[in-house]
Write a protein that binds this ligand. Structure first.
Ligand SMILES: Nc1nc2c(c(=O)[nH]1)N[C@H]1C(S)=C(S)[C@@H](COP(=O)(O)O)O[C@H]1N2
Ligand SMILES: [Mo]
Length: 160
């Protein structure tokens, strides 16, 4: 911001952040830079179908969602498959679009899906746009939530 209260064109835009929260021991706020520097980057070349714009082909890079979430220490006994299988993940985008995944979809002992939190899309860094969910096992694009603001981790608890 300069003295006129105007954002100069040359200044870099504010980096996007996502909140990792819910039934976890260590909630965190993560920038795309954190996602790039903190975990091994995986690549995914994907094709998905969009109901409105047809087939889309993209190249993504980023950490595995399960590695990022595991480092926040979900409140399950990591050694017990049945305990882990009760958990779900809810992912929201800046525009209100949101989706859910079962923890078991990405757990190596269950679906083992290589779901990513993208840091790069088609060779472009996502630092200002925000991370995008990459679900290579999906045939359609609805769960490729972009501009992620929240990843909520929670346990299905039976209503009293
Ligand atoms: N935040 C957000 N992410 C979103 C959507 C949306 O409306 N909002 N639409 C989804 C749908 S329906 C599709 S097909 C893909 C399209 O991704 P693309 O435009 O990068 O090809 O984004 C997904 N991610
Ligand atoms: Mo879509």
């Amino acid at each position: 911001m300069n003295r006129l209260g105007v954002q100069p064109r040359s200044s870099p835009a504010r980096p996007a952040e996502l909140a990792l929260l819910g039934n976890v021991e260590h909630p965190a706020t993560l920038t795309v830079g954190d996602l790039r520097d903190g975990w091994e980057q995986h690549r995914a070349e994907v094709v998905f179908d969009c109901a409105t714009s047809g087939p889309q082909q993209h190249r993504f890079e980023g950490p595995l969602l399960r590695e990022v979430v595991l480092d926040a220490h979900p409140l399950f006994d990591v050694r017990r498959r049945k305990d882990r299988s009760r958990f779900v993940l809810a992912v929201s985008g800046g525009d209100g679009h949101r989706t859910v995944l079962a923890w078991a979809e990405i757990d190596a002992d269950f679906g083992d899906a290589p779901v990513l939190l993208a840091t790069r899309l088609d060779g472009r860094d996502l630092d200002t746009a925000g991370s995008q969910l990459v679900v290579p096992v999906d045939r359609c694009g609805a769960r490729y939530v972009s501009a992620i603001t929240h990843v909520w981790v929670g346990e299905w608890a039976v209503p009293a």
